[in-house]
Design a protein around this ligand. Structure first.
Ligand code: 5RP
Length: 221
C-alpha cells in the first residue's frame, strides 16, 4: 500500500526555497526526515563540495547521488545546515527528533553558522509541547531518566524497537510544560544518562521557510 503524504507538495515547496541558499562548492549540513528527503532530491542540481550528514539514512541517500560525505571533525565550522522540525515557535525554537536523529542533528546544527528550518504550516505553533520531546538516553539509565522526567511533569514513553545511530534508546516525553524552552533544554540535559534532548532552543533556527497553500514564507530570527 502506498501512503500518500498530504503535506508533500508543501514540503517540496519549502525544499525548493531552501535550495536557493545552497551554493556551488559548499560543504552543506544536511538534516533528516521526509522534508529533507525533498531537498536531497534537488541537490543533484548543485555542485556541492560535499555534505555533513545528520544520520545514516541521510548519508546513504546523499551517497547514492554521488555526494561526498565529510566527517564533521575534518571540516570545522559549516556555513549552512538545513533540516526540518516537528514543531517551531515564533522565535525559531523547535522540537526535533521525531525521526530519532536529534543528537547528530544538534551537533551539526551547533557547528553551523546558520540553520534553515523547512516546515509546512501545520508545524508552526505558539507554544512548543504538543509534539512529544524525544530524549536520547543511555540504555542503562532508561528507568532512572524516566522517573526524573515524571518528576518534571512529563510522561515518558519508551520508543520500542528503536536504537539511535549512537546505540542509545529514546523516551518520547509528553506533557512537558515548555514555557521557557532554553531552561527546559538545560534541565533535561542535566539528568544523568541523558545524551541529548529534542528541544532546539540553544540551536534554534536562523531562518524558517514555512510552506502553505499560498506559497513559502521566509522568516528570519
Ligand atoms: C528527525 C527530525 C526531523 O527533522 C523531524 O522529525 C521532521 O521530520 P519530517 O520532515 O519527516 O516531518 O528531527 O529526527
Amino acid at each position: 500500500m502506498t501512503i500518500i503524504d498530504p503535506k508533500l507538495a508543501q514540503k517540496q515547496a519549502a525544499a525548493k526555497s531552501a535550495l536557493t541558499y545552497v551554493e556551488d562548492g559548499m560543504i552543506l549540513g544536511v538534516g533528516t526526515g521526509s522534508t529533507v528527503n525533498c531537498l536531497i532530491e534537488l541537490l543533484a542540481s548543485v555542485n556541492l563540495k560535499g555534505a555533513v550528514s545528520s544520520s545514516k539514512v541521510t548519508e546513504d541517500k546523499l551517497r547514492a547521488l554521488g555526494i561526498e560525505i565529510y566527517d564533521l571533525n575534518a571540516v570545522g565550522e559549516l556555513d549552512l545546515y538545513i533540516d526540518g522540525a516537528d514543531e517551531i515557535d515564533r522565535l525559531g525554537n523547535m522540537i526535533k527528533g521525531g525521526g530519532g536523529a536529534l543528537t547528530r542533528e544538534k551537533i551539526v546544527a551547533a557547528a553551523s553558522k546558520s540553520f534553515i528550518c523547512m516546515v509546512d504550516d501545520s508545524k508552526v505553533v505558539s507554544k512548543l509541547g504538543k509534539f512529544p520531546v524525544a530524549i536520547e538516553v543511555l540504555p542503562q539509565a532508561r528507568s532512572y531518566v524516566a522517573r526524573e522526567l515524571v518528576k518534571l511533569g512529563g510522561e515518558p514513553v519508551y520508543r520500542e524497537g528503536f536504537i539511535t545511530d549512537y546505540g542509545n534508546v529514546i523516551l518520547d516525553t509528553y506533557d512537558l510544560d515548555i514555557d521557557n524552552p532554553k531552561d527546559l533544554e538545560e534541565k533535561l540535559n542535566n539528568i544523568v544518562g541523558v545524551v541529548c534532548n529534542g528541544i532546539f532552543a540553544h540551536q534554534s533556527a536562523t531562518i524558517m521557510l514555512k510552506a502553505s497553500d499560498i506559497g513559502v514564507e521566509t522568516k528570519e530570527f
